[in-house]
Design a protein around this ligand. Structure first.
Ligand code: DQA
Length: 139
C-alpha cells in the first residue's frame, strides 16, 4: 500500500471557519476522513503546522524511504519561503503542491510560487477536491 503524507502549512487548521467563500466550509478533519474513505489503497498520514521549521523537518523526515509521496499545501509560505522550496528540492520523495484556491487568479503576490519549480506537479483551484486530485497521482 502506497504511503502518502499530507502536509498543510499555516492557517489551514482553520479550514471551515476561515474565509469560507474562498476555502469552503468543511474542516480539514472532515476532508481527511473523506479522503481516507475514498482511497482505501493509500495509507494517508497528516501533519499541519504554522511554523516553517516544523514543516521543513516534516519534509526531511518524509525522505527516509518509508513515504512514497507528499501532498503539500504550504499556505502563504508558498509565496515567501526559499527555505521550504530548498527542502522540497533537497528530498527525493515526490511532492505534489496543492492549493484550494486558484492562486494564479488572486493578488499578484500569490501568483508566484517558490515551491512549484521543485514539485512533481501542482494542483490548484478545485477547492478541497484539489487534495483528492493530488492523492490520485500516487495510486
Ligand atoms: C492557499 C493559498 C495561499 O495563498 C494562502 O496563503 C493559503 C491557502 C490555498 O490553499 O489556496 O493559506 O495555499
Amino acid at each position: 500500500m502506497a504511503k502518502v503524507f499530507v502536509i498543510n502549512g499555516p492557517n489551514l487548521n482553520l479550514l471551515g471557519k476561515r474565509e469560507p467563500t474562498l476555502y469552503g466550509s468543511e474542516t480539514f478533519e472532515d476532508v481527511l476522513s473523506g479522503l481516507r474513505a475514498k482511497f482505501p489503497d493509500l495509507e494517508i498520514s497528516y501533519f499541519q503546522s504554522q511554523s516553517e521549521d516544523e514543516l521543513i523537518d516534516a519534509l526531511h523526515k518524509s525522505s527516509t524511504g518509508e513515504i512514497d509521496g507528499i501532498v503539500f499545501n504550504p499556505g502563504a509560505f508558498t509565496h515567501t519561503s526559499l527555505a521550504l522550496a530548498d527542502a522540497v528540492r533537497a528530498i527525493s520523495t515526490p511532492v505534489v503542491e496543492v492549493h484550494i484556491s486558484n492562486v494564479a487568479g488572486r493578488e499578484w503576490i500569490r501568483q508566484k510560487s517558490l515551491i512549484s519549480p521543485h514539485a512533481a506537479g501542482v494542483i490548484q483551484g478545485f477547492g478541497v477536491k484539489s487534495y483528492e486530485l493530488a492523492l490520485s497521482y500516487f495510486l
